[in-house]
Design a protein around this ligand. Structure first.
Ligand SMILES: C[S@@+](CC[C@H](N)C(=O)[O-])C[C@H]1O[C@@H](n2cnc3c(N)ncnc32)[C@H](O)[C@@H]1O
Length: 330
């Protein structure tokens, strides 16, 4: 067996997501069997060996999927196992988190990456994967980004992680509508990137974002990002509140996936200019992952052909749902 094949793969996930990961793999009928498990680390076996080139399963609960090259008692030995890789990522289970250690280099598409995972003083696992679109560029899918003190909420971090993990092409030419925008972490992150937004939420916004508030679209100044607050529940927002040119739909409402996706469909109908969707799905139980196919089906009905679901290192009982490449029927 050469080093691009192995009987095992391993997945790195958020500690606490192992059961959901197994359920997800099972519901995708991948034919994988659980082999070994630690907090944040799950290995699977299948009837036939895994090949590096076929490591394409899109598992929302896995922040990283690697062909497993086995366990070593020392880091040096684990590093020898991944010496064919041109870039090495280091990960460790530390302070009850599966952490990625900072890596200065950014992977190129197709680049072979070796991952060494430290699970204990004498337990080091070696794995390989190739970098590809929609895979995090960071070790263990953990960018290590820190939330700035001025952010009114952790939502700032979730948006920044999504933009980095998925390499999203948002630019100042975009206008975002965000359902559940208060107190304004996402709006702040967008403003800092020069992106304007319409926020829909009956709750109050933080002072820091109110500095960019406009009360009317005629108040927009050239080259200055703005924020318009529609202070009502999402279900009462209309086409009039949206105006022209909205290109992204985002939601961070603490509502069920069904409610959020229903609103998403309504907004996509009201604004055919929407070309991307980014939703933080808030679950009561991570095992709701079994409904993934239903969520994907409703986005595909809205015309989106590229859909991804991903749990980030900064998530708790949450997933980020992304949909792009929309075709709108006339
Ligand atoms: C987690 S907070 C959002 C954080 C926010 N995105 C940020 O960047 O700071 C959830 C928000 O959803 C709002 N929300 C819940 N149900 C809603 C609904 N039906 N319509 C609009 N907003 C709603 C709540 O008022 C609350 O402000």
């Amino acid at each position: 067996m050469n080093r691009t094949e192995s009987e095992y793969i391993f997945a790195l996930c958020n500690p606490g997501s192992e059961k959901a990961l197994k359920l997800e793999a099972e519901s995708m009928a991948l034919g994988w069997r659980l082999s070994y498990q630690r907090r944040g680390f799950v290995t699977f076996k299948a009837d036939a060996p895994f090949a590096l080139a076929s490591l394409t399963a899109e598992l929302a609960c896995a922040r990283r999927l690697c062909l497993s090259l086995g366990k070593s008692p020392t880091r040096e030995e684990a590093l020898r196992r991944v010496q064919a890789a041109s870039l090495i990522h280091h990960a460790r289970y530390f302070e009850r988190k599966m952490q990625g250690l900072p890596c200065a280099a950014s992977p190129k598409p197709g680049e072979l990456i070796g991952t060494v995972v430290e699970l204990g003083p004498t337990e080091f696992w070696a794995g390989l994967h190739r970098h590809a679109p929609f895979l995090s560029p960071d070790p263990a899918g953990d960018s290590g980004t820190l939330i700035p003190s001025e952010s009114p909420s952790r939502a700032w971090l979730k948006l920044e992680e999504a933009l980095r993990f998925f390499a999203l092409p948002l630019t100042p030419a975009d206008i975002v509508v965000e359902l559940g925008c208060a107190p304004g972490g996402v709006v702040l992150a967008l403003l800092q990137r020069g992106i304007s937004s319409i926020g829909i939420d009956p709750a109050k916004m933080a002072e820091i974002v109110l500095a960019s508030l406009i009360s009317n679209r005629s108040d927009i100044l050239p080259n200055k990002p703005w924020f318009f607050h529609c202070r009502k529940p999402a279900a009462l927002a209309s086409k009039r509140d949206l105006g022209q040119g909205v290109s992204w739909f985002m939601s961070d409402m603490n509502q069920s996936p069904e409610v959020v996706l229903k609103e998403c469909a309504r907004f996509c109908k009201m604004a055919p200019s929407i070309r991307g969707v980014l939703i933080t799905l808030k679950l009561t139980d991570l095992l709701q992952i079994k409904d993934k196919a239903l969520w994907f089906a409703s986005l595909s009905e809205m015309g989106f052909s590229t859909i991804r679901l991903q749990q980030f290192s900064v998530h708790h009982k949450e997933f980020s749902l992304l949909a792009i490449d929309r075709s709108v029927s006339k």
